[in-house]
Design a protein around this ligand. Structure first.
Ligand SMILES: O=c1ccn([C@@H]2O[C@H](COP(=O)(O)OP(=O)(O)O[C@H]3OC[C@@H](O)[C@H](O)[C@H]3O)[C@@H](O)[C@H]2O)c(=O)[nH]1
Length: 269
């Protein structure tokens, strides 16, 4: 009697234990299937993403490589320190980058704060010379012309071009043309400098006239420069003045680069 009762008790406990074990096994199964699924979809996602990135990267590589080769060749062949990419014709760039949306900006003389203080270009040279009380060096007679755009105008032009669908070259520059002698006098006056103007020999291959035709930019981008020359120059002068003060406090006085003073000398060497 006692043993029968005992057997029933044991088997009841076993049945409950079996149910419990079955329940746990089921849960474990569900968890493992779910886990595998999550893992799989994570791996799948990652491989799709990695593949996508790889594909894009290899496409970019494929398109850029010929350009790199061309630049390497140009670097070998040009001894002067002039960005070789400038020698790539616009046609070349188009051919190399076929299949990629391309915008071509022809950037004309630009100036503004944060420009290199002594890279030998006319605006930086004249401002430095005027601020330091040194002669403003005019190469040749000073009758050659240039038209300078303020940097923020250029940036706005570039943004407008990028946002447009114009893939042919667009001139970005300020068409307000002045002689170099006029620039020298204007900068001297704006700085309030007592510097004299010194005429040096003409630079080699110096273009006598440069003025951008910006009809296309006006028509297709609705863009034109808006910063008046004097306003831009005052901002650049302010920047140069501050830089000079800072550098004087740090024992470093930049000098205008005495480039292009001899006939036959490479420009911007
Ligand atoms: O101290 C100077 C510096 C320059 N100049 C003259 O000022 C004029 C402008 O000279 P910059 O060097 O500032 O500018 P440039 O227009 O000659 O070349 C600039 O624009 C065309 C780009 O391809 C060049 O890379 C860029 O330097 C030139 O006639 C030059 O001879 C001076 O009279 N005195």
């Amino acid at each position: 009697m006692v043993s029968k009762a005992l057997l029933r008790l044991v088997s009841a406990v076993n049945r409950r234990r079996m149910k419990l074990l079955l329940g746990i096994a089921l849960l474990a199964y569900v968890a493992s299937v779910w886990g595998n699924f999550v893992n799989m979809s994570f791996l799948l996602n990652r491989s799709i993403q990695e593949n996508g990135e790889l594909k894009i990267e290899s496409k970019i590589e494929e398109m850029v490589e010929p350009l790199r080769e061309k630049i390497r060749d140009l670097e070998k062949s040009f001894t002067q320190k002039y960005p070789p990419v400038k020698f790539l014709s616009e046609k070349d760039r188009k051919r190399i980058l076929e299949g990629v949306e391309v915008r071509v900006a022809r950037i004309f003389n630009t100036f503004g704060p944060r420009m290199h203080m002594n890279d030998g270009r006319v605006v930086s040279n004249f401002i430095l010379q005027a601020l330091q009380g040194e002669p403003l060096t005019v190469y040749g007679s000073g009758s050659q012309t240039r038209a300078f755009q303020y940097v923020s105008d250029l940036v706005n032009g570039l943004v407008a071009l990028m946002n447009s669908n114009v893939s042919s070259p667009v001139n970005l520059g300020n068409p307000e043309e002045h002689t170099i002698l006029e620039f020298a006098q204007l900068i001297k006056n704006l700085v309030g400098s007592g510097s004299e103007i010194q005429f040096l020999s003409e630079a080699q291959d110096d273009p006598q006239k440069r003025k951008p035709d910006i009809k296309k930019a006006k028509l297709m981008l609705g863009w034109e420069p808006v910063v008046p020359l004097e306003e831009g120059l005052n901002k650049a002068i302010h920047y140069f003045r501050k830089e000079l003060e800072y550098q004087a406090n740090n024992q470093y006085i930049p000098k205008p680069k005495p480039a292009r003073i001899k006939k036959g000398r490479t420009r911007h060497s």
